[in-house]
Design a protein around this ligand. Structure first.
Ligand code: DGL
Length: 237
């Protein structure tokens, strides 16, 4: 199966990593729009333009399935994107919302980008949710420069939460930092892990991982190596 996956940068690679673990024998095409990162502070019109461009790229690649490995695009553009192609498109947020409906908790904290939080996709679908926009996290991750004090300043008011939802696909890269300020019982939800467990895919005999980024530099290449441990090709487009 040919699977196209995309995000603004390395965040969606956390989703790709989960897919490679469960379905190693597929052809993966990953598109990271690093030239336009971050997506989280952009308006709907801009996000639509950028993501339509990416969908067209996947149509040309003849993929069988498209996965929006980005919380921001999933919460902003899913309907419009589904209207432009007959290729099935999966978003990254819905399976996590379904999971939380089946597994409710008293206090759920969602961290996300400014756009995702302003869309209120979690609050509109669930109860007991506190949504918090954390715009500093994506640049921290992409620049490989974690600021513990900023992370602490966000979490210090929420140490009693039952579930922390990583509402942006970049955030699994900060999981060890988050754990420092949460009680041991707090469950941390990684949307990529939830998505991969909800869709039955066929493995086929061919396996390849092709990464495409709109801007490539040394820090990006280092970040990719930290996430994807199997062999891949990388190309700037
Ligand atoms: N990783 C993306 C998300 O899940 C985009 C982050 C950004 O570029 O602001 O929202």
């Amino acid at each position: 199966m040919k699977i196209g996956m995309f995000d603004s940068g390395v965040g969606g690679l956390n989703v790709l990593k989960e897919f490679i673990k469960v379905y190693p024998n597929n052809q993966y095409y990953y598109y990271g729009d690093t030239k336009n990162i971050p997506y989280g502070d952009k308006d709907k019109e801009t996000l639509l333009k950028l993501s339509i461009n990416i969908i067209k790229f996947f149509i040309e690649k003849n993929v069988d399935l498209i996965i929006i490995a980005c919380g921001t695009i999933s919460s902003t553009c899913i309907k419009e994107l589904r209207n432009i192609t007959t290729i099935p498109i999966l978003d990254i947020i819905s399976p996590t919302i379904q999971y939380l409906k089946k597994n409710p908790a008293n206090k759920i904290l969602v961290f996300g980008t400014k756009r995702t939080i302003e869309n209120h996709i979690f609050k509109n679908n669930l109860t007991n949710v506190i949504e918090v926009s954390t715009p500093e996290f994506v640049p921290m991750i992409e620049n490989n420069h974690v600021d513990t004090l900023i992370i602490k300043s966000y979490l210090k008011n929420y140490i009693d939460i039952d579930i922390l939802v990583l509402g942006c696909t970049h955030y699994p890269l900060l999981i060890n930092e988050f754990k420092k300020y949460l009680k041991d019982e707090t469950k941390i939800l990684d949307m990529g892990k939830i998505l991969v467990n909800t869709i039955p895919l066929k493995n086929n005999s061919v396996s390849s991982i092709k990464l495409y980024f709109t801007k490539i530099d040394k820090v990006l290449e280092e970040n990719i190596k930290k996430i994807i441990k199997t062999s891949y090709t990388i190309e700037q487009i």
